[in-house]
Design a protein around this ligand. Structure first.
Ligand code: ADP
Ligand code: MG
Length: 683
């Protein structure tokens, strides 16, 4: 028997292994099984080149637990090891690579993907003692036994093992009893080993007999050794893809499309990606792609490996060329990862373009689910934007779909304003903005639906891409202003009449949480008398703020709206008439008085001209103050008078309520009062 000390600088490496990898103890099983898979694959290679001529026999890898002895055993019938090989690969190489790993690991904290690279020694995370019994495939080989109790000392001896292969027994420590539970091991095998290329047996198949669950005597094989992504795409049918999807995500809805990746130069990458049906919440959808390395599960968080927007996809990626024992920040700068990432982006664009070109009908049917994904891609990846510009769709309120190019052609003629800007009209709420949509349609304009989660960002983005174009929500101004044309109508109201009308309307405007600015437009008699609009700019700012979830300047502003009065509408004329009848004389007197004061003010201003502040006599300064004060008083009086008059005008209230109603802002008590008043007015 040989005794030795493992060549390490750290006196005792095991406590460090245990401490540093605390959260991920379970990966030991993946490491042991992947070694067993490697050993089996190597034997197959030796056989295929004719070096190994013996019987392959049963190559199944077996996992066994013994609750009494508190052991967990992984055994394979792979190529095994000779004494020299155990000394070399276990005592020297494996150990030093474990040490390297820990060095790196300390610096990179816990950002390392799946804690790959620790290999065989990760078994010490869960064990007091580890034993290896192995026998090489070579004809004259003898059995070897190796044992180590967690200190750097080991023993190496001959063993009576009479079959080829390796058997690793872990004597689980008291903190690791969970790994004696059948359910736990099944869970881990399902997570890490589901698609390994060599059959793995754990326990026996069970069946129900006489109301009891019984072992059948048949091995329970936990894995699918030829997962779909490893097959040539030409051999795979649509149903197979869907079935595989169900295996991966049993509770998800059927996917929209899939992409089968299959590259072997200049990097190796296989996998199947699925476009899921994306509903309205991006966050929930993320991180469903599973990353494998030669069919060994590594992680289901692929951030840093594929572009952000692709994390919305589902499926599997398998590439031994993605470095695994490095941090995520390092990953993004790795040249293989960069190549893989842009390859996937390109393939995704290719696939979408292909479906768009070959089956536009199907593509349009699925667009509402694809939209969020494609917009996200266009917003975040320049290269994807350039591709997707050709197959991204716009949908109008009639439910028709257009590419950007098609849509531009459709609206170019009618929706170009007098500054040669093409105006894309859109609605975010077909029912709520109905009357504005109708007004736009009456003009022969087309209106898009932009009610997606990313649409505000997306249209900002598109404005930077489309030449001489802008987006305007149908209710952000009156339609003649949204797309201004040459002809502007004459106003029926003088500036003075408008100034007097403003307080009359203000008397009825709701003041809670919102502010309204009264303005006048010379529309036609058949247009609405009063309308409410909200500035495109302010609203977008607020929307974006809301999405980003931070409060700030725009987020805290009250909603502000325009109350647009159609100065040519007969009903507005009627209000002016009534105001004139009631207050005409008084207003005229006020105006005359104000005029006198204004003239006085102007004279005083003139007298001041060219003089320094201290050269103006005190008497003149006092006089100026009095005049200003009086003017302010008169203005207050005017507004007060008009507001009081306005309050008694049911028609004004009615017109404002109608405008609020068309903007979806009339609710609750106000709505009830409106209905009641309407009935009275009809009577
Ligand atoms: P890695 O698998 O990355 O080489 P490990 O620490 O997992 O590192 O294993 C170290 C070495 O020990 C392997 O490269 C292999 O030569 C040997 N080894 C481990 N497990 C087995 C096994 N089940 N059968 C044969 N050789 C093995
Ligand atoms: Mg290994």
């Amino acid at each position: 028997m040989q005794k030795g000390k493992i060549n390490v600088t750290t006196e005792n490496i095991f406590p460090i292994i245990k401490k540093f990898l605390y959260s991920d103890h379970e990966i030991f099983l993946r490491e042991l099984i992947s070694n067993a898979v490697d050993a089996t694959q190597k034997l197959r290679t030796l056989a295929s080149v004719g070096e190994f001529k013996g019987e392959m026999g049963d190559l199944t890898i077996r996992v066994e637990v013994d609750k009494k002895k508190k052991t967990l055993k992984v055994s394979d019938a792979g190529l095994g090891m000779t004494t020299e090989e155990v000394d070399k690969y276990i005592n020297q190489i494996a150990f030093s690579s474990a040490e390297d790993f820990l060095e790196k690991y300390k610096k990179e904290s816990n950002a390392i993907i799946g804690h790959f690279g620790l290999g065989f020694y990760s078994s010490f995370m869960v064990s007091d003692k580890v034993e290896i019994k192995t026998r090489s495939w070579q004809e004259d080989a003898k059995g070897v036994a190796w044992s180590c109790d967690g200190s750097p000392e080991f023993t190496l001896d001959e063993s009576d093992k009479d079959s080829r292969g390796t058997e690793i027994t872990l004597f689980l420590d008291s903190d690791s009893k969970e790994f004696l539970e059948e359910q736990k091991i099944n869970e881990l095998l399902d997570k890490y080993c589901k698609f390994l290329p060599v059959e793995i047996a754990f326990g026996k198949e069970k069946e129900w007999k006489d109301g009891k669950e019984k072992d059948t005597g048949k091995d329970h094989i936990v894995n699918d050794t030829k997962p779909l992504w490893t097959l040539p795409p030409a051999e795979v049918k649509d149903e197979d893809y869907n079935e595989f999807y169900r295996k991966l995500y049993p509770i998800s809805e059927e996917p929209l499309f899939n992409i089968h990746l299959n590259v072997d130069y200049p990097f190796t990458l296989t996998g199947i990606l699925y476009f899921p049906r994306i509903k309205n919440n991006i966050e929930i959808q993320k991180n469903k792609i599973q990353l494998y390395s030669n069919q060994v599960f590594v992680t289901d968080s692929v951030e840093g490996i594929v572009p952000e927007f692709l994390t919305l996809l589902h499926g599997v990626l398998d590439s031994p060329d993605i470095p695994l024992n490095v941090s995520r920040s390092y990953l993004q700068s790795d040249s293989n990862v960069k190549k893989i990432s842009s390859h996937i982006t390109k393939k995704v664009a290719d696939r979408l373009e292909e479906i768009f070109k070959n089956d536009r009908e199907q593509y349009e049917k699925k667009w509402d689910h694809l939209k969020l994904f494609i917009e996200y891609g266009m917003l975040s990846e320049e290269k994807f934007h350039d591709r997707a510009e050709k197959f991204a769709l716009l949908k109008n309120v009639e439910g028709k779909y257009f590419t950007f190019e098609e849509y531009e052609k459709l609206i170019k003629e009618s929706q170009t304003d007098r500054n040669k800007t093409l105006v894309y009209l859109y609605a975010t709420d077909r029912a709520g903005q109905y009357s504005y949509i109708e007004a736009a349609k009456a003009k022969g304009y087309d209106v898009l639906v932009m009610d997606g989660q990313l649409d505000t960002h997306f249209l900002n983005h598109m404005e930077t891409k489309l030449k001489d174009s802008r987006f305007a929500r149908v209710d952000s101004d009156i339609i003649d202003k949204l797309i201004e044309k040459e002809d502007s109508r004459q106003s029926n109201l003088t500036p003075e009449q408008q100034a007097d009308l403003t307080p009359v309307f203000q008397a009825h405007l709701p003041e809670k949480e919102m502010s309204y600015y009264v303005s006048y437009e010379s529309l036609s008699e058949s247009d609405h008398p009063v309308m409410i609009t909200q500035s495109e700019f302010m609203r977008r700012m607020k929307d974006m703020q809301e999405m980003s979830g931070q409060a700030s300047f725009y987020g805290n502003m009250p909603d502000s709206y325009n109350l647009v009065v159609n100065s040519n509408h007969p009903l507005v004329g009627k209000i002016v008439e009534q105001t004139d009848k009631k207050l005409g004389k008084k207003l005229e007197d006020l105006r005359a008085e104000k005029k006198g004061l204004s003239e006085e003010q102007q004279l005083l201003e003139k007298a001041k001209e060219g003089k320094k502040e201290e050269e103006v006599p005190q008497s003149e300064k006092d006089q100026m103050e009095t005049v200003n004060k009086k003017l302010a008083e008169l203005e207050d009086k005017r507004v007060e008078m008009l507001k009081n008059h306005g309050k008694s005008q049911k028609l004004v209230k009615q017109l404002i309520d109608l405008a609020l109603l068309a903007n979806n802002q009339l609710k609750g008590e106000d709505l009830a009062a409106f209905v009641k008043r309407s009935v009275e007015l009809i009577k």
